[in-house]
Design a protein around this ligand. Sequence first.
Ligand code: SF4
Length: 204
Amino acid sequence: MNLKLKNHRLLFLGTLLYFALAFVNINFAMLAMLCMITPFILLFRDKRKTWCQGYCPRASLFSKTGTLPLARSRKTPASFIKGDVKWYVLMYFGMNMLIMIGTTIRVAAGSMPAMDYPRLLLFFAIRTELPQLLPTPEVWEWLIHLSYRFFSMMSTTTIFGLILSLIYKPRTWCTICPVATMSDVALKQQKKSGRSVGQRKVFD
Ligand code: SF4
């Protein structure tokens, strides 16, 4: 990856651009897959959390909001760092992915209507379509459904991460982020098989 991008002060704009593009066409929400796949490609290439340590646009955003004057910067709860919270978040993420895939298959098969509005935390429907500068043809309902699911997941976790950044250390979300949890498991497995291992820490 281009080293000039590493910890670039404008990386957070990537997150803002992601949400802005959803108003151009909701299918841009599928770009969320890049944030899910790239960390693991880099992890297996570098044997460390390259993405988390310098390229994640969401972490960059949390670092910005966490240093705003209204941010409280409290100590990250121990349950986030050493407790089970990260496993609950991972379970939520897994459930979310299963629902996303299952419902998209059902929409494609014509056995349920597409979700054409965002949801927060899976349960709270915001029953309004986002304004679209370039609307998607109605025939691709499954794609619209999948895109809104991705958009909902990214919105939920970003809002949650932003709230945490304003209460606790800026990158508190990173202690429970499913990407980091799965990365840690993969690195531990590598350690067991005699390779190097990375450590998760709270970034200020
Ligand atoms: S832990 Fe999650 S939010 Fe934090 S840097 Fe890694 S991928 Fe980004």
